[in-house]
Design a protein around this ligand. Structure first.
Ligand code: ASP
Length: 349
C-alpha cells in the first residue's frame, strides 16, 4: 500500500511566535521562521508516532516571511492556492498553519477558490505559542494530522476546507473566531461541528460535503475594493451617501439589525438604489451571530430588500466577505447576483 503523504504549509500565527526580545515576556510576540518552530514539534520528527508507526510522510513548506495573520491579504491567499495547485496530485491531505485572527477568512476564501476539491485541507493554529509550557499547538496539530491523513486512522476522507481547533472539527466557511484567549477559539454559530475530536474521534459523516466529480481547478482572483458598513442607531446617511459615491467601490456589505432590518430613511434607501443602478453589489448581513436574513418579516427589512440588496442568509461575516471578494474577482454582475445567494460550498443553508 502506498504511504500517506501530507503537505504542511507554515504561514505564521501565534503557534510559531516568540517574544521580540528573547526572555522578555512583556515584549510583543512576533512570528519566527519555520526552521526554529519545527524543532519544537516532535510529532513531525522522523522518530514520531506518525512517521514511524503510521508511516506518514510529511513535507514542509513555509511562507518566505512568516506573518501575523492580521497582515493577510489576497496575495497570500493566491500564494496558498498556488502551492496547493502545484502539489495537489502528490499529496493525500494538506495542513495550513495559520494565525487565528483571520483563519476563518482564509478558510472561506480557499473554499470558494478551489473547485472540485477531493482531499482535506485543514487549517489550524493555536492560542499559545508552541514554545509555551501550556501550549495548545501540539494538540491542534496532532488532531489536524488525524483528519488530513484520515484513511490511516480508519476515518473517511473529508473533501473540504476545514478548521481544526481545540478538539473541534469545523467546516472552514462556517467558522468564526469567537475568543482571543480561550483555547476554544472558534465556533460555527449557524451549523453543527463536523467532528468531535475527543476520545474517540466522532465525525458526523452525514454533515460532510459529498464527493464531487467536478474537475479540480482553482479560480484565484479576489476583489479588494469592497467595504463593510455596520449600521447603528443614529447612523449618518450623509456619510453613507459619500461612501456610496466612491468610484472604485465594487461592493458593500451592510451589517444590519436582527433578521436584516435597517432604517427606512429615504436618503439612505436612495443611496442603496443608486449603488445598485451603478452596478455595485450590496449585500445584507445581520449583526446577530446566529440566525438568518429574513426581509419578509418587517417593513424595515422589506424596504432595503426592494433596493436590490442581496441576502447573506446565515453566512458568517467572514464567509460573506470572502465570497463577495471572490465572486467580484471572477464573475460578471449578473452571475454574481445569481451565485451570491446560492449555497456554493456548504457556507449557508
Ligand atoms: N495575531 C495572531 C495571528 O492571527 C493571533 C493568533 O494566531 O492566535 O497571527
Amino acid at each position: 500500500m502506498s504511504k500517506t503523504k501530507l503537505l504542511i504549509l507554515y504561514t505564521g500565527g501565534t503557534l510559531g511566535m516568540g517574544y521580540k526580545t528573547k526572555g522578555d515576556e512583556t515584549s510583543p510576540l512576533v512570528p519566527l521562521d519555520w526552521s526554529t518552530v519545527y524543532k519544537s514539534i516532535s510529532i513531525f520528527s522522523p522518530q514520531s508516532y506518525f512517521t514511524k508507526e503510521k508511516g506518514i510522510i510529511f513535507k514542509f513548506l513555509k511562507f518566505k516571511t512568516a506573518i501575523d495573520s492580521s497582515e493577510i491579504n489576497p496575495s497570500h491567499w493566491k500564494k496558498i492556492l498556488e502551492i496547493i495547485n502545484k502539489n495537489y496530485a502528490n499529496f493525500d491531505g494538506f495542513i495550513i498553519i495559520h494565525g487565528t485572527d483571520t483563519m476563518a477568512y482564509t478558510a472561506s476564501a480557499l473554499s470558494f477558490a478551489i473547485q472540485g476539491l477531493k482531499k482535506p485541507i485543514v487549517l489550524t493554529g493555536s492560542q499559545l505559542p508552541v514554545f509555551h509550557s501550556r501550549t495548545d499547538a501540539i494538540n491542534n496539530l496532532s488532531n489536524a494530522v488525524h483528519i488530513a491523513a484520515a484513511k490511516v486512522f480508519g476515518h473517511k476522507t473529508i473533501p473540504e476546507v476545514l478548521i481544526c481547533f481545540n478538539d473541534k472539527l469545523m467546516r472552514g466557511n462556517r467558522a468564526t473566531k469567537s475568543s482571543s484567549r480561550d483555547f476554544s477559539g472558534f465556533e460555527t454559530p449557524s451549523f453543527p461541528i463536523l467532528g468531535d475530536l475527543n476520545e474517540p474521534i466522532k465525525i458526523s459523516n452525514e454533515l460532510v460535503l459529498k464527493f464531487t466529480d467536478k474537475e479540480f481547478k482553482i479560480l484565484p482572483e479576489f476583489e479588494s475594493n469592497i467595504i463593510i458598513i455596520t449600521l447603528f442607531p443614529g447612523f449618518n446617511h450623509e456619510l453613507f451617501k459619500t461612501i456610496a459615491q466612491i468610484k472604485n467601490l465594487k461592493g458593500v456589505i451592510l451589517r444590519t439589525f436582527g433578521s436584516g432590518n435597517a432604517p427606512t430613511d429615504i436618503k439612505f434607501l436612495n443611496s442603496l438604489k443608486q449603488l445598485k443602478q451603478k452596478g455595485k453589489i450590496v449585500v445584507n448581513i445581520s449583526q446577530c451571530i446566529e440566525g438568518n436574513i429574513d426581509t419578509t418579516k418587517y417593513k424595515t427589512g422589506k424596504l432595503i430588500n426592494d433596493c436590490g440588496v442581496l441576502s447573506s442568509g446565515n453566512m458568517t461575516l467572514e464567509t460573506a466577505t470572502a465570497k463577495l471578494m471572490w465572486l467580484l474577482g471572477n464573475y460578471n454582475n449578473n452571475k454574481i447576483q445569481e451565485l451570491f445567494v446560492q449555497n456554493l460550498k456548504g457556507e449557508m443553508n
